[in-house]
Design a protein around this ligand. Structure first.
Ligand code: GAL
Length: 421
């Protein structure tokens, strides 16, 4: 059969297109994360758009819930079966674990080309490295030790914004009398642990907190201060509502947004939730450092790792994403929705966002004064094995009024010892 001019050109176009699709960097980019709440999803869509603008297809691998615990369980299964996603949100010492097992791509070429050394604050660089090489790209800094305040409830109850425990409990009593749930708390182990985390930071102070939850120092862990932190936790029981068990964190923030509860102790991803609900800081809500932690900064850094690629095009996609994560535009737009600080301090904060400004000031102060503390409850101070043992003890104590604070302190120490073994 003779080929017509038309069919020949179609054939040629076909070949060119086929060749292009093999050589083209455009590929499906599967990204694991757990950002499924309203504010988180807005932030995640900034990432998605950025990746799509580079010509890649975003394949969403979102596993919401339990601040990433569910996502990490799913990731393990995928990785063990030899099919990890191209990129995944992994944090803290767990990054090192994955790197040690040989799963992660070395990012030194990108770090060098993009001058990460100048862009990432010094104390956070180590977390991103394994044996001196970058294996993760950080995107933000969340402050964990925040108290979120529903201003309408405080006004109705004629309560003052707490600065210490005396004013915290005074406000809680007033809110209760005015018919509000004083403290919104989702009864999931990680949320109770987030509350305990701030209590421990407050009572122990940053130095002893680090001795206890970073170095697992026996003396610090068995100290009267830890007993005191548990005592305060027990006192909080009477201020939370009865239907909190199993409630996720964003539905818990909802209680403040809907003017049913007065306060929540949560990292500043909660701010993303207020903003997503069109609430204005200073009018509907505000933020204040958790009592006694004004000068401390409990940090939680979100970061992405990249699993070893199977092809040149996968590698190129990873390079594109990793380079994009530290651009000023992504840093600005993503963190505005996420409630976090950009990892780059040369990126301006959103105008009028006083919580972000306070957070940055607190970070700088803490960095200069050695009070920066990796958050235990968000996996920055330890791996998930130790972390989940700690969660169990805190949760058990909170829901079992028969256990004494001293018993809980000893149980905590034992749990940490055996999880490390
Ligand atoms: C944290 C995570 C944040 C946040 C939160 C709740 O561990 O670092 O990015 O979104 O969980 O999902």
């Amino acid at each position: 059969m003779r080929m017509t001019h038309k069919s020949l050109s179609q054939w040629l176009i076909g070949i060119v297109l086929a060749a292009y699709s093999v050589a083209s960097p455009a590929s499906d980019v599967e990204v694991l994360h757990w950002w499924t709440s309203a504010g988180e999803a807005k932030a995640a869509s900034v990432l998605r758009k950025g990746i799509e603008q580079q010509g890649h297809q975003w394949q969403d691998f979102a596993v919401g819930g339990r601040a990433g615990i569910s996502a990490m369980n799913t990731l393990r299964i995928r990785a063990i079966s030899g099919n990890p996603p191209l990129a995944a949100q992994i944090k803290g010492p767990e990054i090192t674990e994955w790197a040690r097992l040989g799963f992660l791509r070395n990012l030194d070429d990108i770090a060098e080309a993009e001058h990460w050394e100048e862009k990432i604050p010094a104390p956070l660089r180590d977390v991103m490295q394994y044996q001196g090489s970058y294996v993760a790209a950080p995107i933000n800094i969340h402050r964990v030790n925040w108290l979120w305040v529903n201003l309408r409830a405080f006004e109705a109850a004629n309560a003052d914004i707490p600065t210490d425990f005396a004013s915290f409990f005074a406000a809680a009593d007033k809110l209760q009398q005015a018919g509000y749930t004083p403290l919104a708390l989702g009864g999931e182990p990680w949320q109770v642990a987030t509350l305990f985390d701030s209590l421990a930071l407050s009572v122990l102070g940053p130095q002893d907190y680090q001795r206890a939850f970073l170095d697992f120092d026996r003396k610090a862990l068995l100290s009267d201060d830890v007993v005191k932190a548990f005592t305060l936790l027990a006192r909080m029981r009477q201020y939370v509502d009865d239907s909190g068990q199993g409630r996720n964190w964003s539905d818990t923030t909802r209680l403040l947004i809907d003017n049913q509860a007065g306060m929540q102790v949560m990292g500043d991803w909660a701010k993303g939730e207020f903003f997503a609900a069109n609430q204005q800081e200073g009018k509907a809500f505000t933020c204040v450092a958790f009592p006694g932690t004004k000068n401390a900064f409990s940090y939680n850094v979100d970061s992405f790792v990249f699993f070893k690629p199977n092809s040149q095009s996968e590698r190129q996609s990873q390079t594109d994403i990793a380079s994009y994560l530290l651009t000023p535009q992504f840093q600005r737009d993503f963190n505005r929705y996420k409630g976090s600080l950009p990892i780059r301090f040369d990126v301006p904060l959103p105008k009028g966002d006083r919580c972000a400004q306070q957070s940055r000031d607190a970070f700088i102060y803490a960095q200069e004064n050695g009070t920066l503390s990796p958050s235990m409850s968000h996996g920055l101070s330890t791996t998930r094995y130790v972390q989940s043992a700690v969660f169990d003890v805190i949760n058990e104590f909170f829901y079992n009024p028969k256990q004494t604070p001293r018993e809980a302190t000893e149980a905590l120490y034992r749990a940490i010892l055996s999880a490390q073994a």
